[in-house]
Design a protein around this ligand. Structure first.
Ligand SMILES: [Zn+2]
Length: 420
Protein backbone atom coordinates (compact mmCIF):
# COMPACT_ATOMS: atom_id res chain seq x y z
CA UNK A 1 0.00 0.00 0.00
CA UNK A 2 2.74 2.45 1.00
CA UNK A 3 4.67 1.63 -2.18
CA UNK A 4 1.73 2.43 -4.46
CA UNK A 5 1.12 5.76 -2.68
CA UNK A 6 4.78 6.64 -3.21
CA UNK A 7 4.53 5.75 -6.89
CA UNK A 8 1.36 7.81 -7.30
CA UNK A 9 3.08 10.85 -5.77
CA UNK A 10 6.13 10.48 -8.00
CA UNK A 11 3.94 9.95 -11.04
CA UNK A 12 2.48 13.42 -10.59
CA UNK A 13 5.86 15.07 -10.46
CA UNK A 14 7.39 16.46 -13.60
CA UNK A 15 10.50 14.62 -14.71
CA UNK A 16 13.10 16.85 -16.40
CA UNK A 17 14.09 14.89 -19.51
CA UNK A 18 17.67 16.14 -19.72
CA UNK A 19 18.40 15.23 -16.06
CA UNK A 20 17.76 11.57 -16.76
CA UNK A 21 17.84 10.87 -20.50
CA UNK A 22 19.84 11.46 -23.66
CA UNK A 23 18.05 12.34 -26.89
CA UNK A 24 18.31 8.81 -28.26
CA UNK A 25 16.35 5.57 -28.05
CA UNK A 26 17.00 2.40 -26.06
CA UNK A 27 15.20 -0.71 -27.21
CA UNK A 28 14.28 -3.33 -24.62
CA UNK A 29 13.82 -6.84 -26.07
CA UNK A 30 12.38 -9.61 -23.91
CA UNK A 31 10.40 -12.84 -24.23
CA UNK A 32 7.00 -13.40 -22.67
CA UNK A 33 6.08 -17.06 -22.17
CA UNK A 34 2.78 -18.28 -20.80
CA UNK A 35 -0.62 -19.83 -21.20
CA UNK A 36 -4.11 -18.75 -20.20
CA UNK A 37 -3.33 -18.83 -16.48
CA UNK A 38 0.13 -17.31 -16.07
CA UNK A 39 3.09 -15.78 -17.85
CA UNK A 40 6.71 -14.87 -17.19
CA UNK A 41 9.16 -12.52 -18.89
CA UNK A 42 12.82 -13.15 -19.55
CA UNK A 43 15.29 -10.55 -20.70
CA UNK A 44 16.74 -10.88 -24.21
CA UNK A 45 18.84 -7.78 -25.01
CA UNK A 46 19.19 -4.02 -25.04
CA UNK A 47 19.67 -2.39 -28.43
CA UNK A 48 20.79 1.12 -29.29
CA UNK A 49 17.84 1.78 -31.61
CA UNK A 50 18.18 5.34 -32.78
CA UNK A 51 20.34 8.38 -32.18
CA UNK A 52 17.26 10.39 -31.39
CA UNK A 53 14.16 9.99 -29.24
CA UNK A 54 10.90 10.28 -31.19
CA UNK A 55 8.65 10.82 -28.17
CA UNK A 56 7.77 13.90 -26.19
CA UNK A 57 10.35 15.48 -23.87
CA UNK A 58 7.66 16.55 -21.39
CA UNK A 59 5.04 13.75 -21.30
CA UNK A 60 7.27 11.08 -19.80
CA UNK A 61 4.77 9.51 -17.41
CA UNK A 62 1.79 7.95 -19.20
CA UNK A 63 -1.38 9.62 -17.90
CA UNK A 64 -3.71 7.33 -19.87
CA UNK A 65 -4.82 4.39 -17.74
CA UNK A 66 -5.34 1.84 -20.49
CA UNK A 67 -3.63 -1.35 -21.67
CA UNK A 68 -3.03 -4.58 -19.76
CA UNK A 69 0.72 -3.94 -19.46
CA UNK A 70 3.12 -1.11 -18.68
CA UNK A 71 6.85 -0.54 -18.94
CA UNK A 72 8.37 1.66 -16.25
CA UNK A 73 11.86 3.17 -16.04
CA UNK A 74 12.73 4.14 -12.49
CA UNK A 75 15.61 5.45 -10.39
CA UNK A 76 17.09 2.44 -8.51
CA UNK A 77 18.00 4.55 -5.47
CA UNK A 78 14.78 6.46 -4.86
CA UNK A 79 12.27 4.29 -6.76
CA UNK A 80 11.13 7.42 -8.56
CA UNK A 81 9.26 6.73 -11.80
CA UNK A 82 11.08 8.47 -14.68
CA UNK A 83 9.21 7.11 -17.69
CA UNK A 84 6.18 4.87 -18.28
CA UNK A 85 4.08 3.64 -21.19
CA UNK A 86 1.01 1.40 -21.12
CA UNK A 87 0.52 -1.13 -23.90
CA UNK A 88 -1.03 -4.39 -24.94
CA UNK A 89 0.63 -7.46 -26.38
CA UNK A 90 0.03 -10.21 -28.91
CA UNK A 91 0.43 -12.63 -26.00
CA UNK A 92 -2.69 -11.11 -24.41
CA UNK A 93 -4.61 -11.88 -27.61
CA UNK A 94 -3.27 -15.44 -27.56
CA UNK A 95 -4.23 -15.83 -23.94
CA UNK A 96 -7.79 -14.65 -24.48
CA UNK A 97 -8.48 -16.69 -27.60
CA UNK A 98 -9.46 -20.24 -28.16
CA UNK A 99 -5.88 -21.05 -29.19
CA UNK A 100 -4.72 -21.02 -25.58
CA UNK A 101 -7.98 -22.28 -24.08
CA UNK A 102 -8.07 -25.47 -26.09
CA UNK A 103 -4.47 -26.43 -25.81
CA UNK A 104 -3.56 -24.71 -22.56
CA UNK A 105 -0.01 -24.96 -23.82
CA UNK A 106 2.74 -22.47 -23.17
CA UNK A 107 3.71 -20.19 -26.03
CA UNK A 108 6.56 -17.66 -26.19
CA UNK A 109 6.30 -14.23 -27.80
CA UNK A 110 8.95 -11.65 -28.59
CA UNK A 111 8.16 -8.22 -27.17
CA UNK A 112 9.96 -4.92 -27.65
CA UNK A 113 9.46 -1.60 -25.93
CA UNK A 114 11.25 1.67 -26.67
CA UNK A 115 12.32 4.04 -23.90
CA UNK A 116 14.41 7.22 -23.91
CA UNK A 117 18.09 6.35 -23.45
CA UNK A 118 18.98 6.67 -19.71
CA UNK A 119 21.98 8.78 -18.68
CA UNK A 120 22.40 6.91 -15.40
CA UNK A 121 21.78 3.44 -14.06
CA UNK A 122 18.04 2.62 -14.03
CA UNK A 123 15.64 -0.21 -13.26
CA UNK A 124 13.29 -1.26 -16.02
CA UNK A 125 10.09 -2.85 -14.77
CA UNK A 126 7.58 -4.85 -16.80
CA UNK A 127 4.20 -4.50 -15.14
CA UNK A 128 0.83 -6.10 -15.64
CA UNK A 129 -2.60 -5.82 -14.03
CA UNK A 130 -4.04 -7.80 -11.12
CA UNK A 131 -7.70 -8.88 -10.90
CA UNK A 132 -8.66 -5.37 -9.83
CA UNK A 133 -6.76 -3.82 -12.75
CA UNK A 134 -3.95 -2.40 -10.57
CA UNK A 135 -0.42 -2.66 -11.96
CA UNK A 136 2.23 -4.77 -10.27
CA UNK A 137 5.80 -5.55 -11.37
CA UNK A 138 6.21 -8.98 -12.96
CA UNK A 139 9.83 -8.65 -14.10
CA UNK A 140 12.67 -6.20 -13.57
CA UNK A 141 15.97 -5.63 -15.40
CA UNK A 142 18.80 -3.27 -14.55
CA UNK A 143 20.32 -1.06 -17.25
CA UNK A 144 23.67 0.63 -16.74
CA UNK A 145 24.72 2.96 -19.60
CA UNK A 146 28.35 2.94 -18.38
CA UNK A 147 28.73 -0.78 -19.14
CA UNK A 148 26.42 -0.93 -22.18
CA UNK A 149 28.14 -1.91 -25.42
CA UNK A 150 26.28 -0.71 -28.45
CA UNK A 151 25.02 -3.47 -30.75
CA UNK A 152 25.68 -2.43 -34.31
CA UNK A 153 22.99 -3.68 -36.62
CA UNK A 154 22.29 -2.44 -40.14
CA UNK A 155 19.60 0.21 -40.35
CA UNK A 156 17.38 1.19 -43.25
CA UNK A 157 17.08 4.78 -44.30
CA UNK A 158 13.39 5.69 -44.15
CA UNK A 159 11.44 7.35 -46.96
CA UNK A 160 9.92 10.64 -45.83
CA UNK A 161 6.20 10.57 -46.71
CA UNK A 162 4.78 13.41 -44.58
CA UNK A 163 7.03 15.74 -42.61
CA UNK A 164 5.56 18.38 -40.38
CA UNK A 165 8.30 19.01 -37.83
CA UNK A 166 10.54 17.82 -35.02
CA UNK A 167 9.73 14.22 -33.93
CA UNK A 168 9.65 15.39 -30.29
CA UNK A 169 6.41 17.29 -30.96
CA UNK A 170 4.86 15.09 -33.62
CA UNK A 171 3.15 11.72 -33.81
CA UNK A 172 5.72 9.75 -35.79
CA UNK A 173 4.21 6.87 -37.71
CA UNK A 174 6.34 4.45 -39.71
CA UNK A 175 4.76 2.36 -42.46
CA UNK A 176 6.61 -0.93 -42.94
CA UNK A 177 6.19 -2.53 -46.36
CA UNK A 178 5.62 -6.27 -46.02
CA UNK A 179 5.29 -8.87 -48.78
CA UNK A 180 6.86 -6.87 -51.63
CA UNK A 181 8.95 -8.79 -54.13
CA UNK A 182 11.75 -7.46 -56.33
CA UNK A 183 9.24 -6.72 -59.11
CA UNK A 184 7.07 -4.65 -56.73
CA UNK A 185 9.33 -1.60 -56.25
CA UNK A 186 6.94 0.73 -58.07
CA UNK A 187 3.88 -0.68 -56.31
CA UNK A 188 5.56 -0.29 -52.92
CA UNK A 189 6.19 3.39 -53.63
CA UNK A 190 2.56 3.93 -54.68
CA UNK A 191 1.21 1.96 -51.71
CA UNK A 192 3.31 4.06 -49.28
CA UNK A 193 1.55 7.17 -50.64
CA UNK A 194 -1.85 5.48 -50.41
CA UNK A 195 -1.34 4.37 -46.81
CA UNK A 196 0.02 7.76 -45.76
CA UNK A 197 -3.16 9.27 -47.24
CA UNK A 198 -5.49 6.70 -45.57
CA UNK A 199 -3.81 7.39 -42.21
CA UNK A 200 -4.89 11.02 -42.29
CA UNK A 201 -8.11 10.80 -44.31
CA UNK A 202 -10.67 10.26 -41.54
CA UNK A 203 -11.52 12.53 -38.63
CA UNK A 204 -10.08 13.12 -36.08
CA UNK A 205 -6.81 12.27 -37.88
CA UNK A 206 -7.71 14.66 -40.73
CA UNK A 207 -7.94 17.83 -38.64
CA UNK A 208 -4.74 16.84 -36.79
CA UNK A 209 -2.80 16.00 -39.98
CA UNK A 210 -0.24 18.73 -39.18
CA UNK A 211 0.69 16.85 -35.98
CA UNK A 212 1.91 13.78 -37.86
CA UNK A 213 5.18 12.76 -39.48
CA UNK A 214 4.91 9.64 -41.63
CA UNK A 215 7.86 7.52 -42.75
CA UNK A 216 8.14 4.48 -44.98
CA UNK A 217 10.54 1.55 -44.60
CA UNK A 218 10.57 -1.37 -47.01
CA UNK A 219 12.60 -4.34 -48.17
CA UNK A 220 12.15 -6.05 -51.52
CA UNK A 221 12.21 -9.83 -51.13
CA UNK A 222 12.44 -12.67 -53.65
CA UNK A 223 8.72 -13.37 -53.52
CA UNK A 224 5.56 -11.25 -53.29
CA UNK A 225 2.74 -11.67 -50.76
CA UNK A 226 2.58 -13.10 -47.25
CA UNK A 227 1.92 -16.50 -45.71
CA UNK A 228 -1.70 -17.71 -45.81
CA UNK A 229 -2.02 -21.23 -44.38
CA UNK A 230 -5.66 -21.46 -45.59
CA UNK A 231 -4.38 -21.19 -49.16
CA UNK A 232 -1.41 -23.42 -48.43
CA UNK A 233 0.80 -20.47 -49.29
CA UNK A 234 4.06 -19.95 -47.40
CA UNK A 235 6.21 -16.90 -48.17
CA UNK A 236 9.49 -15.64 -46.74
CA UNK A 237 8.44 -12.01 -46.33
CA UNK A 238 10.26 -9.09 -44.67
CA UNK A 239 8.72 -9.55 -41.20
CA UNK A 240 7.24 -13.05 -41.66
CA UNK A 241 3.59 -12.15 -41.19
CA UNK A 242 0.73 -14.60 -41.61
CA UNK A 243 -3.03 -14.76 -41.97
CA UNK A 244 -4.96 -17.12 -39.73
CA UNK A 245 -3.07 -16.09 -36.59
CA UNK A 246 -4.59 -17.98 -33.62
CA UNK A 247 -6.86 -19.82 -36.12
CA UNK A 248 -8.75 -16.65 -37.12
CA UNK A 249 -8.79 -16.40 -40.93
CA UNK A 250 -8.52 -12.63 -41.29
CA UNK A 251 -6.18 -12.08 -38.33
CA UNK A 252 -3.02 -11.02 -40.21
CA UNK A 253 -0.14 -10.52 -37.75
CA UNK A 254 3.56 -11.19 -37.16
CA UNK A 255 5.33 -12.66 -34.15
CA UNK A 256 8.78 -11.55 -35.41
CA UNK A 257 8.91 -8.43 -33.30
CA UNK A 258 12.72 -8.25 -33.00
CA UNK A 259 13.12 -8.50 -36.77
CA UNK A 260 10.45 -5.81 -37.24
CA UNK A 261 12.27 -3.38 -34.95
CA UNK A 262 15.65 -4.28 -36.50
CA UNK A 263 14.29 -2.90 -39.78
CA UNK A 264 13.43 0.35 -38.04
CA UNK A 265 16.82 1.20 -36.59
CA UNK A 266 17.53 4.77 -37.60
CA UNK A 267 13.86 5.77 -38.04
CA UNK A 268 12.21 8.01 -35.43
CA UNK A 269 8.85 6.33 -34.68
CA UNK A 270 6.11 6.29 -32.07
CA UNK A 271 3.77 3.95 -33.96
CA UNK A 272 4.10 1.19 -36.55
CA UNK A 273 1.78 0.35 -39.43
CA UNK A 274 2.56 -2.86 -41.32
CA UNK A 275 1.29 -2.58 -44.89
CA UNK A 276 0.93 -6.08 -46.30
CA UNK A 277 1.01 -6.59 -50.06
CA UNK A 278 -1.87 -9.08 -50.36
CA UNK A 279 -5.45 -8.57 -51.48
CA UNK A 280 -7.28 -10.83 -49.03
CA UNK A 281 -9.24 -8.90 -46.36
CA UNK A 282 -7.21 -8.89 -43.20
CA UNK A 283 -5.53 -6.94 -40.45
CA UNK A 284 -5.24 -6.50 -36.73
CA UNK A 285 -3.75 -4.11 -34.20
CA UNK A 286 -2.57 -3.89 -30.61
CA UNK A 287 -2.30 -0.79 -28.42
CA UNK A 288 1.17 0.80 -28.55
CA UNK A 289 2.47 -2.29 -30.36
CA UNK A 290 1.60 -2.21 -34.10
CA UNK A 291 -1.25 -1.98 -36.63
CA UNK A 292 -1.60 -4.29 -39.60
CA UNK A 293 -3.58 -3.92 -42.81
CA UNK A 294 -3.59 -5.68 -46.16
CA UNK A 295 -3.44 -3.45 -49.23
CA UNK A 296 -6.84 -4.06 -50.76
CA UNK A 297 -10.11 -2.30 -51.56
CA UNK A 298 -11.19 -1.96 -47.90
CA UNK A 299 -7.81 -0.58 -46.69
CA UNK A 300 -9.04 2.99 -46.47
CA UNK A 301 -11.52 1.83 -43.78
CA UNK A 302 -9.51 -0.98 -42.20
CA UNK A 303 -6.50 1.24 -41.52
CA UNK A 304 -8.26 3.96 -39.44
CA UNK A 305 -10.06 1.21 -37.51
CA UNK A 306 -6.77 -0.51 -36.72
CA UNK A 307 -5.17 2.85 -35.76
CA UNK A 308 -8.08 3.27 -33.34
CA UNK A 309 -6.65 0.18 -31.58
CA UNK A 310 -2.92 0.79 -31.94
CA UNK A 311 -2.78 4.55 -31.28
CA UNK A 312 -6.06 5.14 -29.41
CA UNK A 313 -6.21 1.94 -27.34
CA UNK A 314 -9.88 1.66 -28.37
CA UNK A 315 -11.88 -1.56 -28.11
CA UNK A 316 -13.84 -3.17 -30.92
CA UNK A 317 -17.46 -2.14 -30.58
CA UNK A 318 -18.86 -5.06 -32.57
CA UNK A 319 -20.30 -8.39 -31.49
CA UNK A 320 -18.78 -11.59 -32.75
CA UNK A 321 -20.97 -14.67 -32.60
CA UNK A 322 -18.99 -17.73 -31.58
CA UNK A 323 -16.19 -15.34 -30.74
CA UNK A 324 -12.74 -16.72 -30.23
CA UNK A 325 -12.37 -14.21 -27.45
CA UNK A 326 -13.39 -15.42 -24.03
CA UNK A 327 -13.41 -12.11 -22.18
CA UNK A 328 -16.16 -11.29 -19.70
CA UNK A 329 -16.64 -8.19 -17.57
CA UNK A 330 -18.15 -9.34 -14.29
CA UNK A 331 -18.12 -6.67 -11.58
CA UNK A 332 -15.42 -4.60 -13.31
CA UNK A 333 -15.22 -2.01 -16.05
CA UNK A 334 -13.27 -2.88 -19.18
CA UNK A 335 -10.10 -0.78 -19.45
CA UNK A 336 -10.89 0.68 -22.86
CA UNK A 337 -12.64 4.09 -22.89
CA UNK A 338 -15.29 3.22 -25.52
CA UNK A 339 -16.97 0.20 -23.95
CA UNK A 340 -18.66 -0.15 -20.56
CA UNK A 341 -20.14 -2.91 -18.44
CA UNK A 342 -22.21 -0.17 -16.67
CA UNK A 343 -20.49 -1.18 -13.39
CA UNK A 344 -19.03 2.35 -13.23
CA UNK A 345 -20.58 4.22 -16.15
CA UNK A 346 -19.61 7.54 -14.49
CA UNK A 347 -15.96 6.71 -15.20
CA UNK A 348 -16.78 6.36 -18.90
CA UNK A 349 -18.94 8.69 -21.07
CA UNK A 350 -22.05 9.13 -18.89
CA UNK A 351 -21.41 12.89 -18.60
CA UNK A 352 -21.99 13.43 -22.33
CA UNK A 353 -25.26 11.44 -22.54
CA UNK A 354 -28.22 13.84 -22.99
CA UNK A 355 -30.64 14.06 -20.09
CA UNK A 356 -33.61 11.75 -20.44
CA UNK A 357 -31.75 9.19 -22.62
CA UNK A 358 -32.69 5.73 -21.33
CA UNK A 359 -29.77 3.50 -20.30
CA UNK A 360 -29.45 0.97 -21.90
CA UNK A 361 -30.41 2.73 -25.12
CA UNK A 362 -32.27 1.26 -28.08
CA UNK A 363 -30.30 1.42 -31.37
CA UNK A 364 -31.51 3.93 -33.97
CA UNK A 365 -32.94 2.41 -37.16
CA UNK A 366 -32.33 3.90 -40.61
CA UNK A 367 -29.13 5.83 -39.89
CA UNK A 368 -26.90 6.88 -42.79
CA UNK A 369 -24.12 4.38 -43.45
CA UNK A 370 -21.48 6.43 -41.61
CA UNK A 371 -23.61 8.32 -39.04
CA UNK A 372 -23.22 7.61 -35.32
CA UNK A 373 -26.70 8.50 -34.00
CA UNK A 374 -27.09 9.94 -30.46
CA UNK A 375 -24.78 9.03 -27.56
CA UNK A 376 -26.20 6.52 -25.07
CA UNK A 377 -25.23 3.01 -23.97
CA UNK A 378 -26.09 0.43 -26.61
CA UNK A 379 -25.84 -3.23 -25.67
CA UNK A 380 -23.47 -5.32 -27.82
CA UNK A 381 -19.78 -4.37 -27.85
CA UNK A 382 -16.31 -5.77 -27.11
CA UNK A 383 -17.32 -9.01 -28.99
CA UNK A 384 -20.08 -9.62 -26.42
CA UNK A 385 -23.77 -9.55 -27.28
CA UNK A 386 -24.79 -9.13 -23.63
CA UNK A 387 -23.33 -7.19 -20.70
CA UNK A 388 -21.12 -4.83 -22.69
CA UNK A 389 -22.23 -1.48 -24.12
CA UNK A 390 -20.99 0.99 -26.75
CA UNK A 391 -21.52 4.76 -27.00
CA UNK A 392 -23.44 5.00 -30.32
CA UNK A 393 -25.43 2.87 -32.73
CA UNK A 394 -22.53 3.03 -35.22
CA UNK A 395 -18.80 3.86 -35.06
CA UNK A 396 -15.53 3.24 -36.90
CA UNK A 397 -14.75 0.69 -34.17
CA UNK A 398 -17.98 -1.19 -34.96
CA UNK A 399 -18.78 -0.98 -38.67
CA UNK A 400 -16.49 1.59 -40.34
CA UNK A 401 -18.85 4.54 -39.66
CA UNK A 402 -17.29 7.84 -38.46
CA UNK A 403 -15.45 7.61 -35.14
CA UNK A 404 -18.13 8.24 -32.46
CA UNK A 405 -17.73 11.24 -30.07
CA UNK A 406 -16.24 9.02 -27.31
CA UNK A 407 -13.59 7.49 -29.58
CA UNK A 408 -12.88 10.91 -31.13
CA UNK A 409 -12.30 12.47 -27.70
CA UNK A 410 -9.83 9.76 -26.68
CA UNK A 411 -7.89 10.03 -29.94
CA UNK A 412 -7.52 13.80 -29.43
CA UNK A 413 -6.30 13.22 -25.83
CA UNK A 414 -3.66 10.81 -27.12
CA UNK A 415 -2.59 13.08 -30.00
CA UNK A 416 -2.17 15.92 -27.46
CA UNK A 417 0.37 13.85 -25.49
CA UNK A 418 2.73 13.72 -28.46
CA UNK A 419 2.60 17.40 -29.42
CA UNK A 420 3.28 18.87 -25.96
ZN1 LIG B 1 -16.67 4.57 -30.88
Amino acid sequence: MILSVAFATYAQQNVAFSDHFRDSTLRVDYLRSGCKKHDTCTFSKFVYQNDRWAGSLTQLIDPIDNGEYRIVVSDPTTGRMLYSRCHNTLFEEYRSTIASRERDSIATFEETMLVPFPKHKVDIQLQKRDAKNHFFTSAQFAFDPSTFRCRQLPSKKPVELTKNGNPHNKIDVVIVAEGYGKKDARKMKDDFQKFAQYTLEQEPFKSRAGDFNIWGVGMLMNESGVTDPNKNRYVESAVGSTYNTFNMDRYLMTTNIFRLHDLLRGTPYDHIIIMANCDTYGGGAIYNYYAFSAVQEMSMWILPHELGHSIGGLADEYVEDDSNYNRRYVGIEPLEPNITSLVNFESKWKSIVSEGTPIPTEPVEGLGKRDNGPVGAYEGAGYLEKGCYRPCTQCMMRNYAYFCPVCTKRLHEIFDLYVK
